[in-house]
Write a protein that binds this ligand. Sequence first.
Ligand code: TXA
Ligand code: MG
Length: 338
Amino acid sequence: MLKLLTQVIKVHPQKPEKEVMAKAAEVIMRGGLVAFPTETVYGLGADALNPRAVERIFQAKGRPADNPIIVHLGDLKQLEILTNYVSPRASEVMKRFWPGPLTLIYPRSEKVPPVVTGGQDTVAVRMPRGKVALALIRALGRPIAAPSANLSGRPSGTTARHVFYDLNGEIDLILDAGPVEVGVESTVLDLSTQPPTILRPGAITTEELRGTIGEVALGKQCQPVTRSPGTRYRHYSPKAEVSLVKQNAWYEIGKLIDQYIAMGKKIGLITRLYYPHFDSSRVIIKVMPRGLGEYAKEMFAALRELDEEGVDCIIVEEVEQKGIGVAIMDRLLRAAAH
Ligand code: TXA
Ligand code: MG
């Protein structure tokens, strides 16, 4: 079947054009799908209160129906549609971190379509600080349901080009405001437990959360993933097989390269160190920034670029598990799980 090209419109990342926002809001109002930048990654947005529109998100991404979607707010008034109960602690946390990359879990009101929450009785909500995301939700005047704008299981999209690559023909519109600010997804926090539980490490660090609410626990989802076959956590994965190695393990990397070459494989290496002794005709090296914030911005793009180069295996050096490094390592471990 012939599929129509998805329309792409450029938009100013800091001062999104009113006409463009109005047009995108109209597409969503009519039940369409619009990919748009948030501060973390590109999101694939639909009207959160229109179950048929949200259904289309699952189809476009090939997303399992039991994986719930985050609802994005433009103002606090919209939270009243989604939940009937906001605890004092939740108010405090929202005051401190919204708008921003922190997702909170609330008991869901009957107005939230079950398709949004994967049938669960809770709903995940955040108010993004990305200017385009906020302008779009405000132009629409309703909350927007939006998972990351990638095919299910693939690395999240941090540029419009990534989104186009995965979803062209499946969605109505992509708003292109250039690369995103952060590069990893929001932190997902459940405040209903004592202490609160981080369900997914992300752009707001554990250290920052502890500074505001004291003790927080790491949820089961956050435990280091096993690399056993069939784990349901395979995620963020390029087509190539990903192997994680310790920092500065140049000897181990050299051995891996030799092994892969002997198997006739094409190899990529993602590292923050420059290894002049690795022959560039044998391995494609992506040298990443030293700073973890800069690293986060480029991580998903590096995985996708090596895929496009057609490598069979990607060797990735670990990063320090501190600050945003915790979220980076979470994504790398999941990318390596197979
Ligand atoms: O930064 C982000 O969070 C991006 C941008 C677009 O906002 N969105 C994003 O959505 O990463 P997605 O769908 O790729 O990831 C949503 C995560 C999943 O791990 C999902 O299981 C979890 O949030 N989640 C959603 N609703 C939940 C709920 N009711 N309870 C627990 N976890 C939930
Ligand atoms: Mg995702």
